[in-house]
Structures are given as C-alpha cells and as structure tokens.
Design a protein around this ligand. Structure first.
Ligand code: IVH
Length: 688
C-alpha cells in the first residue's frame, strides 16, 4: 500500500468507526456485529502501526487509554466555570422570574429547561474541530487537564462531524457520569466479592476521571451529557441554537430538554420530570436547570460573583417513602465498628427497591426514637444507601417497646465498648472476631491495595477455618499445598445452608502467583491495605511520599505526623496508635522480611547535590525567578521536604512577595529562619 492509499484508508476507517460508535453509544443501535467492529479497529491499528505519521490524535484507537499522567497539568479556564444558585420551592422560582423580568425591563423572554445531571462538570476545548483539551471544573477558575482520560469516553467526540459549520475554536461543557444501572451492577459485583462499595455514581465518576492510568478509565463505562456551547464568535442567538448545534456536531445531548414560553411552562416541566427522571434518564438527577434562552438577554442580565443571573437550578426534594421497620440488625466492620441497619418492609424509592437503610450508630436510633414495628420515613439523596429520616408517630402501634442497643458483639459475643465522646460502639476482639479478621484480609487483597486475585471471601474463610492464616502477613507463608484442594463453604441465601467446594490446582497456582506478584505493589498501596483507621487511599499516598519508609513512619511522633500536609489530628492519632501496638510492629517486621515494598525507591538518578538533606521548608508568597511548583521541585531535588504549616520544627521559611502577615508573625514568634528567593537559590547554587 502506498502512503497515499494508507492515508485515505485510515481516514475512511476513522469515519466508519466514529459513525458506528456514535450509533452504538448514543442511539443504542448496533449496525454491525462486535466482530466486524473489532476487525475495523484492528485494521486501523495495523495501518497506524505501519504508517505512524497518520496516527491522528482523533483516531478511535486513542480511546483505549494507556497514558499514565503523573500529575495533571493545571489549566486556566478561558471562561470561568461558575456554579448556579439553587431554589427549592415554586415561590423562590417565581422570585427568580421576577428578577429576570425586571432585569429585562419588561421585554418578553423565553426559558430553556434541562435536567440537572448529577455528575462531574467537564470542559472540552476544540480547535479546528479536534478535541484539544478536556479540563475539570476545579475551583471554577482553573482545573486539571484530564484529556487522556476524557478521550476514553466513547460519547465525547475526538473530532466533530464534518458538515457542521463551527468556529475555529470553541468550548463545550457538560457532565461526565456513570450511568445508574452500570453503577448498581458494579456495586453488586463488588458486594459479591466482599469489596467495599462505592457510595454513589457521582463520586465514582469523579474518582475515575482523576485516575492516573487512562487504561483503567477506559474500562469503566463513563458517559456524558453536554449542555453548553461557548465561543468568542457569535454563532448562536439562543441557548437552544447552541444545543442543536452541538447535537448536530456529534455531542451527546440528553433529549429531555424543552423550551418554555414562560415560568408556568417551566413549572409544568418540573412536574413532568419529577418522577419520570428515575425511569427515563440513565443518570442521577437532582433537579432542573432553567436558563434564559436568548444569548443577548443573558449578556444583559450578566453575572453575580458566583453565578449567572440568567440561570438557576431548581432542586427536587429528596425522594421519600413510608414503610415499616421490621427489625434492626448489626454489622461488624473490619475495624470492629458496629453499624445498626434498619430492616424494612420493601418499598419503591427513587427508582429502586429499598429493603435496608443505615442507622449509623446508637445516637441516631435514639435521636429518631425508633421502635421496632414503627412506620418510618426513608429518604434517598445522592447516595445509594437510603436514610431513615423520621418516625410516623401518629401510626405507632400500641405496645412497642423502647429499643435497646446490643451490649455484646453479634458475631463473637464479646462485650462492646464505646469510647468517650464517640458515637460508634466497637467490638474490641480484633483478633478473634471473624468479620474483623476477614474484613482486614479482604481489604488488604483488594485491587486498589495489594491486588491479590483469586481469593474470594469463601476461600479466605476456608483458610481461616483451617488455621492456615490469621493475619495478612500469613498470606506470604502460604504454599501451593496449603491451597491445592482446600475445602471451603459456599453459603446460599439462607444462613446455614451451604455446599462444600475445593480449590483446584490451577486456582491454587494462580493465587500463589498473584500473592508473589503483590510483593512488588508500591509502598503506598501496602500502607492503604493495612487498613489503619482514617488511612484511605489518598492519605496513604501522602504518608508514603512524605516518609518514604515504613520504619520512619512507624517512628514518627504526633508532631511530625501532623506536620505532613493534609494530615489532621484524627489521622495522626490513629496512625500513631496503630504503629504503637506490639502486634502491629511485629506484623510490619514480618512484611519487611517477606520482601514487600515498605519503602519508596530512590527516585530516578539523583541530580541534586543533597545540600538540603532532611531540611524542611514552608514556601509562601509570590516568586519572581521560579514558580512555586519549580521551587517545590528544587527543594525535593536537593533532598529537602516541603511542608504546609509553620511549626517549631521547621528549618526554613522561603518568603516571596505578598506573604500573608499571619505566617510572617508566626515565623517570627518561633524564630524560624526566613530566607528570600535569592537566598534560597544561592543556597543550592542555582542562582544563575
Ligand atoms: S449550566 C453558568 N446545565 O450543575 C451555568 N449545569 O450548580 C453553567 N449541571 O457546575 C451550568 N446539569 O456541573 C448546567 N443542564 C445543566 C446541568 C448543569 C448539571 C451542573 C454543572 C454546574 C452545576 C451548577
């Protein structure tokens, strides 16, 4: 094939694949079989490999991900991404309408209504019809460049349709989300595997967009709805025209929008979608957005500091239902925390059947004054777990007894404890209470921690029952013989009904290999896997990158811990208490001995001169020769550490211009050495 032919074929393939993609993902129509589609993709990949000069940034092959982004670049939004003010009643909405009418001096105007999608706002920037940048909202002024991740979302066009006339540069905004059904499926699978559940689709989508490995993003079924067209050129006269324009250009627009002649039609729109949104819209919605349709009128109405005067959000009341409280059961978490759960007569709520609701703790039961047999109100906001919000006292049957919280662990019978000032009851039997031991192991092996595959809750239970493991370190002493033929129980829905299975040779081998592989999981994943209270994924990352070595972290005192950026009192206390325990010290020593990564390996070749070894720095103010980020890099490169707050242990405060007076004063009080930008650069010998 000649270059010319290759170029042409590549172009044709891209167009075909884009077309089928759009039909499939936006219209839910498969015009060709999966196999035929894969063949087209394969052909395109092969040609691109052969002719890399024609590997275009808008090629559908770019959607599979694979880019690893260390830190997202910060981008300033060309047009700030403002928020909307909220209204919660018809009355407030009529006030808004009056303000609009007044602002337009009695002129006539129309509204445009859309649903308010509960996802993550995104800004897409196009140049010459090609997606150049995808940026998160951030603080509205600047956001993160997440282009590599956004490209994996099939409904985001990498290139707009050809026959639509669009400005050379424009922006489209909308919402990225995880469809509710997909999310429920995913959580069901996690539940089966005994993994922690994600709280709600919104958090899940937001967490996914911030992943550094875009191939993981590609595997999660994110989708988007776009609702805003922006450009310097005046190509549209109304918001409606903007919506039709982006629809034509190939963006995914929810068909639920409607133009309304006046506020009464808006009210009808609100009513219309109040219930229908649960059945007809794939994403969670929490209200509607009302926009003045004319762009020229929008301009005249303008903005307040935070939001446009030409638009407003109307929030639906959270869905609620009334049902009977059949009982209260108790769950024991991996930390021993006891969570009471309301067992309810099944009831339909916000598109799902609700049978259970979290009651959080004893205080909550007391606050609500719950009695078993009561009729209760349940509510569902953004989270998948519904809440009990009150008791229907009027219909309380006679003779219900006051509820008494349990005194002993429902799993192991140990007497529960409740620390001063804490709402939660705990089972203190850490090593003997099955759900705690199980929970710690399950937490340790999960994908985002040590990623040990092949071990389900049943096999872990089998290993515990046989006494092969007692804690997470024991996993590393398991042999093939321990696993091969291991008998374990599979429970059916009914509690005492189970069948016995045994682990096959192949599974045993896989598990052993996976355990071996897990030894090379990075330090921060191990730290997260230990399940220290309040040390979630992000905190683990922060602690690991600060201390770099588990022994250093274990030795750190409270002062030192609290000095780590973003580590608060609660975390510092919890970490310290965990490492102070003899049992945990032994566990750590064993993990080190088994060859797990308990350190961050020295980064790259060392380019600095270690002049700042072990010294801590706070940087404050604005700098002339280097940016703040560069300054941080320089400190790290030369062996120093950047911390966020001034304490007596601090070595240097690097003061730029316009430094806050509070910081200055504190540094003076504690006699911290304060140096200028120049003095700092002199220190490391990099002042030109
Ligand atoms: S328009 C200046 N339309 O709600 C007006 N926003 O509270 C820009 N949202 O940040 C927003 N659905 O993330 C608009 N149909 C819709 C929306 C929508 C959801 C989100 C968006 C925005 C937030 C404002």
């Amino acid at each position: 094939m000649t270059r010319e032919q290759a170029k042409k074929t590549i172009e044709e393939l891209i167009e075909k694949i884009d077309y089928y993609n759009m039909r499939y993902y936006q219209d839910s129509v498969s015009e060709i079989s999966d196999q035929e589609f894969d063949q087209l993709m394969k052909k395109l990949e092969d040609l691109e490999a052969q002719f890399p000069e024609f590997k275009y940034p808008y090629s559908p092959t770019q959607r599979v991900g694979g880019t690893i982004t260390g830190q997202f670049e910060t981008v300033i939004h060309k047009y700030p991404m403002l928020s909307l003010s909220n209204t919660y009643s018809e009355e407030e909405l009529l006030d808004f309408d009056n303000r609009v009418a007044k602002g337009l001096n009695g002129e006539s105007y129309e509204y445009f209504c859309e649903l308010k999608f509960d996802g993550v706002a995104i800004s897409l920037w196009y140049e010459n019809g090609i997606l150049r940048r995808a940026v998160t909202r951030g603080d509205g002024i600047r956001g993160d460049d997440i282009t590599a991740n956004a490209k994996t979302i099939k409904t985001i066009p990498l290139r707009v349709k050809k026959n639509v006339s669009l400005p050379r540069e424009f922006e489209v905004r909308g919402e990225v989300f995880m469809p509710r059904k997909e999310f429920e499926k995913l959580n069901k699978e996690r539940e089966k595997r005994g993994e922690d559940l994600f709280a709600n689709p919104r958090n899940f989508a937001s967490g996914t967009l911030k992943l550094q490995d875009s191939s993981i993003v590609a595997g999660r079924r994110l989708d988007c709805y776009m609702y805003y067209f922006l450009s310097d050129e005046e190509v549209i006269k109304t918001h409606e025209e903007g919506i039709h324009l982006i629809e034509k250009a190939g963006f995914n627009v929810s068909p639920t929008y409607e133009k309304c002649a006046d506020i009464h039609e808006v009210l009808a729109y609100i009513k219309k979608w109040e219930k229908r949104r649960f059945e007809e819209v794939p994403v969670d919605t929490d209200g509607i957005v009302i926009k003045v349709n004319s762009i020229e009128q929008q301009r005249r109405l303008g903005f307040t500091a935070k939001s446009p005067r030409w638009a407003i959000a109307y929030k639906y009341k959270p869905e609620n239902a009334r049902t009977k409280l059949k009982g209260i059961t108790f769950q024991v978490g991996r930390t021993g925390a006891i969570t009471p759960v309301a067992e309810l007569e099944p009831v339909q709520l916000a598109g799902t059947t609700v049978k259970r609701a979290s009651l959080h703790n004893a205080n909550e039961i007391e606050r609500l004054g719950l009695r078993i047999g009561d009729y209760v109100f349940v509510e569902k906001g953004g989270d998948i777990i519904p809440k009990v919000t009150g008791v229907d006292l009027k219909s309380r049957p006679e003779g219900l007894r006051e509820f008494e919280f349990i005194t002993h662990c429902p799993e192991c019978g140990t007497e529960l404890v409740r620390k001063e000032g804490e709402a939660q009851h705990y089972c203190p039997n850490e090593d003997g209470c099955p759900p705690q031991v199980m929970g710690r192991i399950e937490h340790f092996i999960q994908r985002s921690a040590m990623n040990i595959e092949g071990l389900g809750p049943e096999t872990i239970r089998g290993l515990l029952d046989k006494g092969k493991i007692h804690d997470v370190a024991d996993l590393y002493t398991l042999t093939f013989d321990d696993l091969n033929g291991l008998e374990f129980k599979i429970y059916s829905e009914k509690k005492d009904d189970y069948t016995i299975r045994s682990l096959r040779e192949k599974s045993a081998k896989n598990i052993i290999n996976s355990i071996e592989r897990s030894k090379s999981r990075p330090f921060d994943r191990l730290l997260f896997g230990l399940g220290i209270r309040y040390v979630g994924s992000t905190v683990a990352e922060k602690l690991a990158s600060y201390f770099k070595d588990i022994r250093k972290l274990a030795e750190a005192d409270y002062e030192e811990l609290i000095n780590v950026p973003e580590i608060g009192e609660m975390i510092a206390q919890s970490v310290q208490a965990w490492f102070a325990r003899e049992k945990n010290k032994k566990l750590i020593e064993r993990l080190i001995r088994y060859g797990l990564k308990t350190k961050i390996e020295e980064e790259k070749e060392f380019e600095g001169n270690r002049k700042l070894d072990g010294k801590t720095f706070v940087i404050s103010g604005v700098f002339n020769k280097v940016s703040r980020d560069e300054l941080k890099e320089l400190i790290k490169k030369h062996g120093g550490r950047v911390v966020s707050s001034i304490s007596s242990k601090l070595d240097y405060l690097v003061a730029g211009e316009n430094m806050g007076p509070a910081k200055k004063q504190k540094a003076q009080q504690l006699s911290i050495t304060t140096i200028s930008e120049d003095e700092f650069l002199d220190m490391i010998g990099e002042n030109d």
